[in-house]
Each structure stands twice: as C-alpha cells, then as structure tokens.
Design a protein around this ligand. Structure first.
Ligand code: TYM
Length: 355
C-alpha cells in the first residue's frame, strides 16, 4: 500500500518554492493516500546556530511551519502532522544508517557542498550525515512516495541506495525472520525489508528560481528578501517583488522552446502555470507575444489572490498556539506507534537484543 512522507525544515522564510514545489502537492496527495508530513526540527540544527537562530527561533519556526501546512490544506486528522524530534525512532534509525551509508556516497552530496561552503572543516558532522537522517525519516515508516522539489532528488537517490544496501546486507536474516517482501533486484529475487522509495518530483514549479537571478534557486537563506516571495508576505510586498523581478526585455515566446536561455522568463511562466494548475504551454498560449509590462501585473494579481488566503489562515491558526502544539503532539503519538513497529523489527534484523 502506498504511503507518502515528506518534510520541511523550520528555518524561517517559508517561500513560494516550498509551497508550489512541495506543500501544495502534498495536499493533492492526501486524497488517495495515507500521508505523514513532518517539521524536521532535527535537520534544522545541522547548520550554525546563527543560521537557525537558536531555541526560541526554532520553537517559533516549528509552530509557523506547522501553521503553514494546515493553512495550505494539510489535514492533521486524516493524516499525520508532527515534529521530527518527538519521534525518537528517526534518530535511532539514522544511527544504523550512519553505519550503512558509505563516506563516498555522502561525499557526493551537492547540498552538503553548498551549505558547508569553503570552510568545510568547520561544518557540523550533523550536516554531513544529514541525508542519512532524511533516509531514516522516510524509511522508519517504510514510505513509498516522497513529494519534494527537484533539489532533494539526490537525497532520495541516496535513500534508495541505503535501503538497497540494508536489504542486501541483511537479506538472510530478513528472510529467516520472515520480515521481507520478495522483490526483483536485477536478475535475482531478494527478500527486502525497506521499499525503494519513489521521488514525486515534477510540474512547472519543481525548481523555482530566485526572482533576482534566474540561475540561482529560490531559497530561504538568500540575503535578498526580493529574491523570494515569502508565504507571509502581504499583497503589496508580493506585487512589489514581482514588479521588481529581473527579466530580459523581449516579449514572452509562444512556445516553451523559446524559454531556453531565458531563465527569468521561464521561472515567471512556471510560477504562473503552477498557480493556475496548468503547464507552461498553456500559459504561453495565452501570453505569447506579450511584454512583461503586461504579464507581471497579471501574475502579481494571481499570486496575491492565491497566497493571501493562506497567509490570513496562517495568522488565524497562529493566534492559538495551543492548537498547533496539540496537532503536533497528537501527530507525534500516532507517528511513534508506526515508527516503533518498524524499529522493533529493525533491531531484530540487525541483532540488537531487546524484549
Ligand atoms: P527544505 O526545508 O529545504 O524545503 C522544503 C521543500 O521545499 C522544496 N523546495 C523547493 N521546491 C521548488 N523550488 C524551490 N526553489 C525550492 N526550495 C525548496 C524542497 O525540495 C522540499 O521539498 N531535506 C529537506 C527536508 C527533509 C525531507 C525529509 C523531505 C528532511 N527529511 C524526508 C522529504 C522527506 C529540506 O531541507 O527541505
């Protein structure tokens, strides 16, 4: 049976990329699947404390990200919403994965290279093994589908590599205990415990770019606030940011091919398409040949129309912090039950003595 898992770090400045690339797609997946959505507070502390802001910021951001999930339409009753640190099994499984994943695999992770920057000696060990914790988040529920933006693709490939190596390293034990599902691996059938999780990536907003530079991804940590639309921006701010967004001076092309080598135009068309649930072809059919002086105000109005209700709802939800805390507590309790089921088996598989 399919199970969906995804997460967002509570590191402030939740932006349009997080919403269109991930959270909005989570909402759509709720219809036909069981879903688990997580505020990954343990991932947030992998960077310098000056980056994640310290304890009160972390608490504030954990509640704010939760409010954003709920405001966007995540249903915490039918599905599970919780913060990672409540469910100890994530970090317990992450330790085992630290012993499964190879240094060489982690050395290839581009996000580590980006976030560690030049001063790699001074990066935390946690930042280095971050992808192992992410694999644990997913596999502690044996989740089959993970909706994320394009930037998480490499981490999900690593998650599959970890699952595969665990399954092979322990295959005899897994079948001895009768805990495996027969799966095809190349020519042979092996008894697997962990699924090979499918990334769910795609659509016109899989990788939103900075509004100031079409070659850089829209990011929470960009020092320029004009580079991104934050979910909590008010209508005037959204309009201003779109008006000031960098573009070239040509009119929009009529075909998607014409967006090649025009990253800023491509990005704005992608945003329009995602906000209207269509694709870039459709947007260009309507706006091909138009100047940005026409397109930008229409896009701004659309963005305000789609985003202000979410910001309003976030403010309404946040006005009662007790409500948000209860959602996380209740979700954490339900997630713990599921995670412990997996971990009990994993301890048996690995050979950890337990009752
Ligand atoms: P995070 O917190 O950086 O981002 C949350 C989600 O937003 C997506 N995203 C984007 N999508 C499109 N365009 C962008 N410019 C953009 N920027 C961010 C991300 O791809 C992500 O889906 N490692 C993860 C959190 C995580 C996780 C997990 C995700 C921890 N454990 C398990 C899935 C499953 C992260 O840092 O996301």
């Amino acid at each position: 049976e399919p199970l969906v898992f995804s997460g967002v770090q509570p590191t402030g400045n939740l932006h349009l990329g997080n919403y269109l690339g991930a959270i909005r797609r989570w909402v759509a997946l709720q219809e036909n699947n069981n879903c688990i959505y997580c505020v990954v507070d343990q991932h947030a502390i992998t960077q310098a404390i000056s980056v994640w802001g310290g304890p009160s910021e972390l608490l504030r951001n954990t509640r704010e990200v939760t409010a954003a999930f709920l405001a966007a339409g995540v249903d915490p009753k039918k599905h599970i919403v919780f913060n990672q640190s409540r469910v100890r099994q994530h970090s317990e499984l992450a330790w085992i994965f630290n012993c499964i994943a190879r240094m060489g695999w982690l050395n290839r992770m581009t996000q580590f290279k980006d976030k560690a920057g030049k001063d790699r000696e001074n990066a935390s060990v946690g930042l280095y093994v971050y992808p192992n914790l992410m694999a644990a988040d997913i596999l502690v529920y044996r989740a089959t589908h993970v909706p994320v933006g394009e930037d998480q693709k490499q981490h999900l490939e690593l998650t599959r590599d970890i699952a595969q190596k665990f399954n092979t390293d322990f295959s005899d034990r897994i079948s001895e205990l009768g805990l495996g599902i027969e799966t095809q691996s190349g020519d042979e059938t092996i008894s697997s415990f962990f699924p090979l999780t499918e990334p769910v990536i795609g659509g016109p907003a899989a990788r939103l770019m900075s509004l100031r530079d079409g070659t850089k991804k829209m990011s929470k940590s960009d020092p320029s606030d004009l580079s991104r639309i934050n979910l909590i921006d008010d209508a005037d701010t959204i309009s201003k940011k779109i008006r000031k967004a960098k573009t070239d001076s040509d009119p929009l092309p009529s075909e998607v091919d014409g967006l090649k080598d025009r990253p800023e135009a491509d990005n704005l068309v992608g945003i329009y398409a995602a906000l209207t649930d269509t694709d870039k072809e459709t947007v260009l059919r309507n706006f091909g040949g138009q100047q940005f002086s026409i397109f930008k105000p229409v896009l701004a109005e659309l963005a305000v129309e789609k985003l202000s209700p979410i910001a309003d709802e976030m403010r309404r939800i946040s006005a009662d912090p007790g409500y948000v805390d209860n959602v996380l507590k209740d979700g954490g309790e339900r997630a713990s039950v599921l995670a412990e089921k997996t971990m009990h088996k994993v301890r048996d598989i690995v050979g950890f003595l337990q009752d």
